[in-house]
Design a protein around this ligand. Structure first.
Ligand code: COI
Length: 353
C-alpha cells in the first residue's frame, strides 16, 4: 500500500485518570475507499475528525456496516504488540462476505493497522491493564434508497486508549439471562461483527441495566433454551472440572479471546466442551454448587468474571461473587502474553515494526 500521511496541526491533550472504554480518540485515523470499478484506493492517514456523509448513504438506511476490535499493547521492552491480528483480518473478511461487502486482504488489513498504530504510538497508555483499542470498520457510503449491495464503501480505523471495559473493572459482573427477546438464529448474522447485531441487542441490555444487571446472556433464537453469548463477550462456565462454552455454529461470534482461552485451558489439561448447554441445566448446576466459576471473554472485556446469573426470577450466585482462581489465572496468563511479560508459546504476539 502507498499510504499518504497528513499530520494533524493541533494535537489533543492525552486523557488523565481512569480511561474507561471508547471515550477518547487519538489524533489521526486511517481511511481507504472502495468502488466497484477501482477496488481499494486512496489509502490515507489523516487528522481524526467528523466526516461528510450523504443523508441517503446506504449504511444509514440499511445498516451495511461491519467492524472489528483488537488492541495494541506497550511492552516493558518498548515494543508495541498486537495480539493475533490475522484472526481479526479473517473474521472481518468472513463478516464482509456475509454482508455482501468487499474484503480487505489480510496483508492490507494488518499493514493499515500497523501504520496507524506507529503514527499514534505516543497514545498507547502504559498504566496497569491499559492498551490502545483499535476499531477497524467499513460501511456502504453509496447514495440511494434501493435495497441492494452498494457500489462504494469506506474502510476506516480509529484508535482509543482504554482501561477496563466494565465500570466494575476486573471484578464480577451480574448477568441477566434474556428469556423473551432474541439476538439471532442459524442462517442469520449472529457470527458477523456488524453494527445491526448490536442495535438489535440494545433493548435487552437496557432492560437488564434497569434491573441492575451489567449485561445480557442471550439464549438461542429458536427454543430460547440454549446458552449463546453475552453480546460484548463469549461466555464460559466451569462445571465441576469441565469448561463448557457455546459452539461456533453460526449464531455465536468466533472470539479471538475465546479461541486463545480454549487453547490455554487445553494446554493446562482442562476438559473443554464446545457444546450446547441448556439454561435450565446451568441454573441447576449453579444451585447445586457444581457451577464453580463463569467468565466472559472478549477483546474489550478481556476476561470478565461472572458473579451472578438471573433467569426467570431465579438468582444464582457463582463462587460467592468472587473472582475464581481459574478466571484469575486465565486473566493473568492472557494479559501476560499480550503485554509481553510471559513467554508466548503460541506465537500469538506480533511486534509492530
Ligand atoms: C470487542 O471486544 O472488541 C468488541 O467489539 C465488543 C464490544 C465493545 C462491541
Amino acid at each position: 500500500m502507498n499510504i499518504r500521511i497528513e499530520r494533524a496541526k493541533n494535537l489533543k491533550e492525552k486523557p488523565e485518570g481512569a480511561l474507561g472504554f471508547g471515550k477518547n480518540f487519538t489524533d489521526h485515523m486511517f481511511v481507504m475507499d472502495w468502488s466497484r470499478d477501482k477496488g481499494w484506493y486512496d489509502e490515507r492517514i489523516i487528522p481524526y475528525g467528523p466526516m461528510v456523509i450523504d443523508p441517503v448513504a446506504m449504511v444509514l438506511h440499511y445498516a451495511q456496516e461491519t467492524f472489528e476490535g483488537l488492541k495494541a499493547y506497550m511492552g516493558k521492552d518498548d515494543n508495541v504488540y498486537l495480539f493475533r491480528p490475522e484472526m481479526n483480518a479473517r473474521r472481518f473478511a468472513n463478516s464482509n462476505r456475509r454482508m455482501c461487502m468487499p474484503e480487505v486482504p489480510e496483508d492490507m488489513f494488518i499493514e493499515a493497522i500497523s501504520e496507524i498504530v506507529k503514527v499514534e504510538k505516543s497514545w498507547i497508555p502504559t498504566g496497569e491493564g491499559e492498551s490502545l483499542y483499535i476499531r477497524p470498520f467499513m460501511y456502504a457510503n453509496q447514495s440511494g434508497l434501493g435495497v441492494d449491495e452498494a457500489d462504494s464503501y469506506r474502510f476506516m480505523i480509529v484508535l482509543c486508549p482504554v482501561g477496563a471495559y466494565y465500570p466494575q473493572g476486573v471484578n464480577p459482573v451480574k448477568i441477566y439471562v434474556e428469556d423473551e427477546l432474541t439476538r439471532t438464529t442459524v442462517g442469520g448474522t449472529g457470527f458477523v461483527k456488524c453494527g445491526g447485531n448490536y442495535a438489535g441487542s440494545l433493548a435487552g441490555q437496557v432492560k437488564a441495566q434497569k434491573l441492575g444487571y451489567t449485561q445480557v446472556l442471550w439464549l438461542d433464537g429458536v427454543h430460547r433454551k440454549y446458552v449463546e453469548e453475552v453480546g460484548s463477550m463469549n461466555a464460559m462456565f466451569l462445571v465441576n472440572d469441565t469448561v463448557i462454552t457455546a459452539p461456533i455454529e453460526g449464531t455465536v461470534l468466533a472470539g479471538v479471546t475465546r479461541d486463545s482461552i480454549i487453547s490455554l485451558l487445553k494446554s493446562w489439561g482442562y476438559k473443554v466442551e464446545e457444546r450446547k448447554i441448556e439454561i435450565d441445566e446451568l441454573i441447576e448446576k449453579g444451585k447445586s454448587g457444581e457451577l464453580k466459576e463463569a467468565w466472559g471473554t472478549g477483546t474489550a472485556a478481556v476476561i470478565s468474571p461472572i458473579g451472578e446469573l438471573f433467569y426467570k426470577g431465579d438468582k444464582v450466585e457463582i463462587n460467592d461473587f468472587e473472582t475464581g482462581e481459574l478466571t484469575k489465572k486465565l486473566y493473568d496468563t492472557l494479559t501476560g502474553i499480550q503485554w509481553g511479560n510471559i513467554e508466548d508459546k503460541y506465537n500469538w504476539r506480533k511486534i509492530v515494526k
